[in-house]
Design a binder for this molecule. Structure first.
Ligand SMILES: [Zn+2]
Length: 453
């Protein structure tokens, strides 16, 4: 495999230095149409003052910004930075997706860092990594928090919690055999300060897949109880309503996927709504893989955003992944499941379940594909603003600090050239990304879009 674009490494070093070193000026965005992320209507003629890392003031009255750098927002739109509540950052393991538990843990920052810049370029200012190699992901997260790398905010689970021989039971996982051994594993995990745990409640066995053991309800509850005592939220991989309901009853904080295998029962939807259990949507797991069966199944890779942030080699990997999926007939299978997934997403939305945009991918542009899928399922672009932002913060338990454009919150802000409530495509009409009060200089980002010049 060739290694193009070696010459840009000097540029990357300069950027990284500027990022870590200089405190940027305060920012005053004037006369913009604001969607604050809380689900309310557009506020026209809004002014937003960012001081340091935080939003200092939001008002339709004039704000005096002192020496703040002024951005004229006339004709433009502001919304909070997008959150992807289910990613797996690239570089934490090697091997194809088909290798499953055989994949080898890795610590490849050269792989990870360009993808992180690509998330920002796509308007994503926070990601929750829902399962990864701990020696890779936690130091990466710590460097993000220290301002050492150009990256969206990283929240991370570390290795998933499963059982020996269970789903996700690769080398980076905690395989719980009994409570003593499990508790020791959890204590070691808590010392690394995971932002939220990721548990597995998955028996497979449907659609012809091999059945596997999973955490018992009793063990599941012990883990969620212990996590709560330690102030750590929990999320769970599920696919059947049976297991999802057990997870909800046994204290899980959030779900990493919706149930996508059958039409949901009323009682289950009500349980999710009543207990305010947020669900990461991951609809493209179905809609995208179902499309892989079509002749134009990877045409999305030609779209401007994918071209801008993914190298040719990275896009080729997606094409190979598609070929592998076709070989095992997964697109046809997922076409069947897709109907349930779409209907369930809409139904949960209608019944007041908290949905948050999650992709289960490792690249920024996929969140726009996820939002388009949710839109196609019948959720309006206007409603998707909150699903793409504040609900992600709720999922991670960080809504006091993140997820909306309100005074006191961290300044993670998108300025768009077109109205996101009018058309979901406009979430991609990105003019400016501000993360942690700092404007991201797109022209200087070490990404394919800047290599082609
Ligand atoms: Zn995942």
């Amino acid at each position: 495999m060739t290694k193009p674009f070696r010459f840009v490494s000097a540029v990357a070093m300069v950027c990284a230095f500027a990022w870590a070193g200089a405190a940027q000026a305060d920012i005053l965005i004037k006369n913009v149409t604001l969607y604050d992320g809380t689900g309310g209507p557009a506020v026209k003629g809004a002014n937003i003052l960012v001081k340091g890392e935080r939003i200092a003031q939001v008002s339709t009255k004039a704000i005096s910004g002192g020496s703040a750098r002024v951005i004229d927002g006339t004709g433009k739109f502001v919304m909070p930075g997008i959150m992807d509540s289910h990613v797996h950052i690239k570089g934490g393991q090697r091997g194809s997706v088909f290798a499953g538990a055989e994949r080898v843990p890795a610590n490849d920052r050269d792989v990870a860092l360009p993808t992180l810049r690509g998330f920002l370029y796509s308007g994503v200012t926070s990601v929750y990594d829902s399962g990864n190699n701990e020696p890779f992901i936690f130091p990466l997260r710590d460097d993000e928090r220290a301002g050492k790398i150009i990256s969206p905010r990283i929240f991370a689970a570390g290795g998933v919690i499963t059982v020996p021989g269970g789903y996700g039971g690769g080398p980076t996982s905690l395989r719980v055999e009994n409570w003593e051994q499990g508790k020791a594993g959890l204590d070691a995990k808590f010392a690394k300060k995971p932002d939220m745990l990721k548990m597995i409640k998955e028996e497979q066995g449907l659609y012809g897949s091999k059945a596997v053991p999973t955490l018992s309800d009793e063990m599941f509850k012990r883990i969620t109880d212990y996590a709560r005592q330690n102030g750590v939220r929990t999320t769970v991989h599920v696919s059947s309503e049976w297991q999802a309901q057990a997870a909800a009853v046994n204290g899980v904080s959030a779900m990493a996927h919706p149930v996508q295998r059958a039409v949901l029962n009323d009682s289950f939807v009500k349980l999710l709504a009543d207990r305010k259990i947020p669900i990461s949507t991951t609809l493209i797991n179905y809609t995208q893989i179902a499309r892989y069966g079509d002749a134009d199944g990877v045409k999305f890779l030609d779209e401007p955003l994918f071209q801008a942030v993914m190298t040719e080699a990275e896009r080729k990997e997606v094409v190979e992944e598609r070929e592998g999926f076709v070989k095992i007939d997964l697109p046809a299978t997922f076409k069947l499941g897709e109907r349930y997934a779409i209907a369930n997403a809409k139904r949960m939305f209608d019944e007041g379940v908290i949905l948050t945009s999650g992709t289960d991918r490792g690249y920024g542009p996929f969140v726009h594909m996820e939002l388009a899928s949710l839109n196609k399922a019948g959720i309006s672009a206007a409603a998707l603003i909150k699903i793409a932002t504040l609900n992600g913060a709720i999922y991670m338990g960080r809504e006091k600090d993140l997820g909306s454009v309100e005074a006191g919150k961290y300044a993670d802000i998108l300025i768009l050239k077109a109205d996101p409530a009018a058309d979901v495509k406009n979430f991609q009409a990105i003019d400016t990304v501000i993360k942690n009060g700092q404007r991201i200089d797109f022209a200087k980002l070490d990404l394919p879009v800047n290599h082609k010049k």
